[in-house]
Design a binder for this molecule. Structure first.
Ligand SMILES: [Zn+2]
Length: 678
């Protein structure tokens, strides 16, 4: 791993994509990652990746290991260089990007200053909470805490109106849960029961570490759990959040007040820094009706305890060692199964990137992103879009009328690739060298203000929701756009050389571009039109057929038992599973057009077909700790990595042919059960 990191850092800077010379002396990861003792027709995920897993156990400081961690290690090493170089500059210009990055990183590494301050950076906010005397000051304080990066009692954000994507609207949705997902408060398996028990102990420990006496801390911890459980009881389940129509409830502020008479929304909006709102889009109105009752049924003193918990829970990672350790113990070890913390530099690099990613991205693009990345990514993306159009035209289950609309939507998908043309202005943020927690708060406030400033202004369709150094991608239904950051060009094991087309189309073409484009046509995305508005463009008949198909995907994934007694949630993960299936189909179709495929030339002993499917398997090479897998099943709309490979491939006839999948093999699904959608 280290060797890899080192090589990549040096080589990437010189990598120009026109030099596609194959270097036979480098081992081929598609060959070496395999575990050939496993039959690919039974478990392709382990066949494609098991060899790598054996050689690379999950480190004690990580919850998983695989392609994501490998790429993130590479990028983190580069960001570390950016941070350290910036921190070493003597007398940087105050307010310059260099000063901000350098001082932020240095403040995080300055454990002496952090230790000395303890919880002092949070004192003004504790004072604010302590000054609450009645319901009115309570709800205003809840609003205020949102502006500094906390999110007590509910979720609030400014986003595009789903029914009018030209407009930025106020959005309210369920929230306020320290454990993140409602199921943690109610599931009765023994692991989840243990998490609840440990959570109460954790809250007590944190309160004690902030100076509360033991018996009060104990009482307060039970109270927080009780209050959060009531919020959870009134929250929708993960799968119920998927329906954009049911989670879109627009009210005038006056109407909303009649449903929630004990919350003065005008006053709350003022504390949220929103000026003159006339309406609000509420995701789950019943949650707010319940919250309204809770504002009265819990005393002001009870609420103050909950708010203090939310505050310290938000900022525990930036406190003195004892609080930080306790926080890691619960969220890292108990919930995620991670035994030890990552080295400090890595944590601070990740935080600096999280807080100042907009500034770091500018250096990353200039100094680390291989030249030609953007162009190569775009070329792959455009080829995928082309085969997508061909596929839609050939679909046997869709009418010409709907096809026309689908093709129109496809042609309008905006591709944001590589890096943005303009960067956000962070000049309003001031960063100090010896004030880590204050720096994090300052950047959180900046991010909040950046969001609030959108209200009442036209939607900026050029804005990016990810940094170029983020190894991830997204589809935004409201913008009908995909975003594929530059670092998606990295394929570990191909340092300094261009991967062959099977690899490019298996990973970047299939699991990235194909996957994201398909989100425009999954159970949610398909409800939005080419302009990003919730607006049905399907004929009734076609919609019925589409729903029958997505139901089959739900049923297929419901059958996967990821842990003993714990199954994949087919409903909650259906959008991602539809996207995975569409992705691998389109990646393969685009690959079929390449010279490599047509000439049927073997590379490293593998046929083009073998290489393509192995590359697709490589895209989700992720080995995860049991605790983190259990967590993923409860909170994540993505299926576990294993099923992101075995699930879609079990529907692909070409895969059956390539790896000789027959009745009796574990991957086998009868012909009539094999699902094709796009
Ligand atoms: Zn996705």
């Amino acid at each position: 791993m280290n060797k890899y990191k080192f090589t990549l850092t040096i080589l990437l800077a010189f990598l120009v994509f026109s030099c596609a010379k194959k270097e036979i002396n480098q081992p081929d990861p598609l060959v070496t990652n395999r575990d050939t003792t496993i039959n690919p027709a039974d478990d392709f995920f382990m066949y494609a990746n098991g060899g790598w897993f054996k050689k690379n156990p999950i480190p004690n400081s990580e919850n998983s290991n695989g392609i994501f961690r490998t790429i993130n290690d590479t990028v983190n090493a580069q960001i570390k260089q950016i941070c350290e170089k910036s921190a070493e500059v003597s007398n940087p210009v105050l307010g310059s990007n260099e000063q901000k990055i350098g001082d932020f990183y240095a403040s995080g590494m300055d454990t002496l200053a952090i230790e000395k301050k303890g919880i002092a950076p949070l004192k003004p906010y504790f004072d604010k909470i302590n000054s609450v005397t009645d319901t009115k000051t309570l709800v205003n304080t809840i609003g205020y805490l949102h502006t500094i990066g906390c999110a007590p009692a509910f979720s609030f954000y400014i986003g595009q109106d789903d029914k009018n994507s030209e407009k930025n609207a106020l959005m309210l949705s369920q929230g306020g849960l320290g454990l993140g997902s409602r199921d943690y408060y109610f599931n009765t398996d023994k692991e989840t029961e243990n998490i609840r028990k440990e959570y109460v102990k954790h809250i007590q420990a944190i309160f004690e570490l902030t100076g509360t006496d033991k018996s009060t801390a104990q009482k307060d911890a039970s109270l927080v759990m009780k209050l959060e459980t009531e919020l959870a009881k009134n929250s929708r389940k993960l799968e119920a959040l998927r329906d954009p129509q049911k989670n879109y409830n627009k009210f005038s502020i006056a109407q909303f007040k009649t449903q929630t008479p004990d919350i003065d929304w005008n006053s709350v909006m003022t504390s949220l820094l929103v000026k003159n709102p006339d309406s609000v889009i509420v995701g789950q109105p019943e949650f707010y009706v319940a919250l309204n009752k809770m504002i009265k049924s819990y005393s002001v003193e009870d609420w103050k305890v909950y708010l203090k918990w939310d505050l310290i829970n938000t900022y525990a990672s930036y406190m003195n060692n004892a609080i930080e350790k306790q926080n890691f113990y619960f969220f890292g070890t108990v919930m995620g199964g991670v035994k030890e913390q990552k080295p400090r530099w890595k944590r601070i690099v990740e935080q600096t990137n999280g807080s100042l990613g907009e500034l770091i991205g500018q250096v990353y693009v200039k100094e680390y992103l291989p030249k030609g990345s953007k162009e190569k990514l775009l070329e792959i993306g455009n080829n995928i879009r082309d085969v997508y159009a061909e596929h839609i035209k050939k679909l046997d289950w869709m009418s010409d009328a709907t096809k026309k609309k689908a093709l129109h939507k496809l042609s309008k998908i905006v591709m944001k690739v590589g890096y943005p043309d303009k960067w956000k202005d962070m000049s309003a943020v001031s960063i100090k060298r010896n004030a880590y927690c204050e720096n994090v708060i300052a950047t959180n406030k900046w991010a909040y203000n950046d969001m609030i400033n959108k209200f009442g202004k036209p939607v900026d369709r050029t804005e990016w929701g990810m940094y170029p150094q983020t190894y991830n991608a997204y589809y935004s239904p409201s913008n009908n756009e995909i975003c594929v950051p530059g670092c998606n060009i990295i394929v570990p094991g191909f340092e300094g050389r261009m991967p062959d087309d099977a690899v490019l189309y298996g990973i970047i073409g299939g699991s990235t571009f194909g996957h994201e484009i398909t989100h425009g046509f999954d159970d949610q995305g398909s409800q939005y039109d080419e302009k990003g508005n919730l607006n049905n463009w399907w004929t009734e008949e076609d919609l019925k057929k589409f729903k029958e198909k997505t139901k089959l995907i739900v049923e297929q994934f419901n059958e996967y038992e990821a842990l003993p007694g714990k199954f994949v949630n087919g409903d909650a993960t259906q959008g991602e599973n539809i996207a995975d299936l569409g992705g691998v189909v389109m990646g393969y179709e685009a690959f079929k057009k390449t010279k490599q495929y047509k000439e049927n030339e073997k590379i490293a002993g593998l046929t083009p077909d073998q290489r393509f499917f192995l590359a697709y398997g490589y895209a989700w090479m992720v080995n995860i700790k049991t605790e983190s897998l259990a967590q993923q099943l409860l909170v994540d709309v993505h299926s576990p990595a294993k099923y992101r490979i075995n699930g879609p491939l079990a529907n692909i006839p070409e895969f059956y042919k390539t790896f000789n999948v027959k009745q009796g093999n574990k991957m086998y699904r009868a012909k009539e059960k094999q699902i094709t959608i796009w």
